[in-house]
Design a protein around this ligand. Structure first.
Ligand SMILES: [Mg+2]
Length: 371
């Protein structure tokens, strides 16, 4: 079996020139083979940049497009191909978008291998520990603090025992931040886990520490990305000071960045996104590093059903993979792109047992939003 082509498909819900919110655009990758198997992957990144990383032509020894590196290769030799791509794109890759693109291809290769061997990806990863994974619901808060009562209460009614919010205006204004947290906590009561995501908008560790102190009455489970993940010393200072657990790392790629983050930032939870950090192959290594460091790994996941499926297979096969993120995006790219999505039910997401990732794409959605 040989790889015959790598297809990159960019999707976007709002029209070109209109602003796009998280979940409203996507880039998916199909790896085609001469044996009739097609693997599916995605990168939660800038679609046009990912397309360029894959389709660009070689410039020199360390500036290859990823597609040309893989044509004619066996898709089953996943780790060797990972290293081949990493080395041969290292001037424009190595971190950031180059690794996001590599992640999408890596996920598609695991999908092909599962289909070829007739087993789910979690079997290839060593076997599943669980048939369902507890999920927390993530929403982007309304700018009017009171309106979040209804959103949060609806999540609890759906069966979520753990919720998170962030994005939008959250993090911009200390008083609004306080009022949103207060309204959400009051709406869900004492027994629901509540975590907040600042998307780095608290900017400094000092301000973050002050806000955490102010929010102590609301018993937050974790505080996510209060400042940029580059500020390793700032994270470490905060971690020693604040009452909630400290989480971060969704923007980081490769075991190298996570090694530094684990050892120096002193966080309680790392949140690699499997479509950014280097795919399933690299996620396994990052998980092992986290275990060695006594840190929990709860993947970031707020894109399409492809990311969702890849995260579920990975967590099912991870001994301590007990919690996952479940997007509350109403974007058709989350709700309809995968025609057999893994649906949240009574607090959990089921682990599929079909070969590969076990997902099928809805061609109508692809045609409608393709750019
Ligand atoms: Mg986040």
């Amino acid at each position: 079996m040989r790889i015959t082509d790598i297809e990159v498909i960019c999707l976007r819900v709002p029209k070109a020139g209109q602003p796009s919110e998280w979940g409203e655009d996507a880039v998916i990758v199909k790896v085609h083979t001469d044996a009739g198997f097609t693997g599916i992957g995605e990168a939660d990144s800038s679609p046009a940049v990912i397309k360029a990383c894959i389709e660009t032509a070689q410039s020199n020894l360390y500036c290859y497009g990823l597609r040309e590196l893989l044509i004619g290769e066996s898709p089953l030799e996943i780790e060797r191909l990972w290293n081949k791509m990493y080395w041969a794109s290292n001037y424009m890759g190595r971190r950031g978008a180059g690794i996001h693109a590599l992640s999408a291809i890596d996920i598609a290769l695991w999908d092909i291998a599962g289909q070829f061997y007739g087993v789910p990806v979690h079997t290839l990863l060593g076997g599943k520990y669980r048939n369902k994974i507890r999920a927390y619901g993530t929403f982007i808060p309304d700018s009017e603090p009171q309106n979040n009562r209804e959103i949060a209460a609806a999540l609890v009614k759906q069966g979520f025992t753990s919720i998170k919010f962030g994005g939008g205006i959250f993090g911009d204004d200390p008083e609004v931040d306080y009022q949103i947290v207060r309204n959400v906590r009051e709406a869900v009561g004492e027994n629901i886990e509540v975590q907040i995501d600042l998307a780095s908008k608290w900017r400094t560790p000092g301000h973050s520490a002050q806000m955490c102190k102010r929010l102590e009455a609301f018993n937050l489970n974790w505080v996510e990305e209060p400042v940029l993940a580059d500020d390793l010393a700032g994270y470490a200072r905060l971690s020693r000071k604040i009452q909630p657990k400290l989480a971060g790392g969704e923007s980081l790629t490769t075991r190298y960045e996570f090694k530094a983050f684990l050892e120096q930032a002193e966080v309680d939870i790392i949140q690699p996104d499997i479509t950014r950090c280097g795919g399933i192959t690299e996620m396994k290594k990052i998980y092992d590093l986290a275990q060695l460091n006594g840190t929990q790994l709860i993947p970031h996941g707020f894109s399409t059903g492809i990311l969702l499926a890849a995260s579920v297979h990975f967590l099912a096969a991870s001994e301590h993979g007990t919690l996952m993120e479940y997007s509350q995006s109403s974007s058709p790219l989350f709700t309809d792109l995968v025609s057999n999505p893994l649906l949240f039910k009574e607090g959990y997401v089921p682990v599929p047992d079909a070969p590969g990732l076990g997902i099928e794409l809805n061609q109508d959605v692809i045609e409608k939003y393709k750019v």
